[in-house]
Design a binder for this molecule. Sequence first.
Ligand SMILES: [Ca+2]
Ligand SMILES: [Ca+2]
Ligand SMILES: [Ca+2]
Length: 408
Amino acid sequence: MSRPLLPIVPNSFVMKIPSHLSAVSAFVAMIIVSHSASAAIVEDVGQRASSDLPSFNRIAAYATTGAGLTGNDHSDNPFRTMWLSASGDVAGTFEIDLGAVYSVNSLRVWNYNEFLAGRPDLLLRGVAVANIDLGLTTDTYTTIVANQAFNQAPGTVSDFSQLISFAATPARFVRIDIQSNFGDPSFTGLSEVQVDGTFLSGQRPIPATIAGVSSTIADPFDRLPEHVIDGGGVFARTHSIIPDGTMWLAAQGDIAPTITFDLGSTKTLSSMMFWNYNEFLVGRDDLLTRGISQADILLSDDGITFTPFKTDLQFAIAPGDNTTDFAETINMVGATARYVQIAVDANYGSDFTGISEVQFFAVPEPSSLLLTAVGSCATLLAFRRRRKFSLSAPQKSPRCFCEKVERS
Ligand SMILES: [Ca+2]
Ligand SMILES: [Ca+2]
Ligand SMILES: [Ca+2]
């Protein structure tokens, strides 16, 4: 619901804006005030860890999707609620992909909180010291907080969260670079991490919920349809190969299932991003044939009556690794609806069918476009004016909506 905010104009720029631009800067200032930058928890983030413990249902996704949280109290049962490293990876990394650039100003961390009677040593698996790194890309991490001390979890169901604040920094990626745990020789884990920030730029998916599915495989599998919209398994346009906690799988035999998404209210869409079913086990390439080969997309305003929007769309089989960008972009221009349904025609040959992740993107609101344009133009004009006085050689400047905005 929150609006995209203006790009931050550094103080040095604002100070040097020539007087004839004062009207523009005043307008920008007014907008900044009227849309005051209230930071909020970034929802549905992607994540990855240097290793996971899927055989014990302790994967990175369970530490960012809210699993185990009731309000701010976190469960003391790690089953499907916490992340734990593989054995031996005691000083690894835990990374979060915000999906867009935010001005990030704090993390809220719930340390590893596994409780068993007579086993207080399990709490030694918590992160003791870590660097907090931020980056616009995963190649440009900068350490924002070095050697941050983490609080050990109490082993009780309670709010034991720790707020780690720092100077607001533009970033898409957050890395907890673990230096040590509290002494466990084999494992390190976390219960939950939330990132607080203010949206700056990029494409954010529309928050969605699941309105319905034709079927879902039952326990002991955790392949609920929610895992295709909660960011579980997504990282920089790749997706995890671990299905439980990150993918949806329909029940055996329901090879042409339907899954229906609720966008909360009627939205004018621009695109849909789709990651096919990506489960991989050595010697089991057949698991990838659970992916969708062909499907229709239908739209509805009431969730009852659906109208075909795309028919017989083709989808690629997933790569079965967690390093390939295999996101497929479907053009949704012309679609205005609250509900979107994927109705599968066929999969790649399995008696199961599933999906890893789906994201929907809206056409930006006109007001947002204007705000972005005005903000960009103010920055650019200030920059151009400064260069006019400071640089001898004229250079081409990128064009934007400046002319239109100046006239309006
Ligand atoms: Ca959790
Ligand atoms: Ca997923
Ligand atoms: Ca069809």
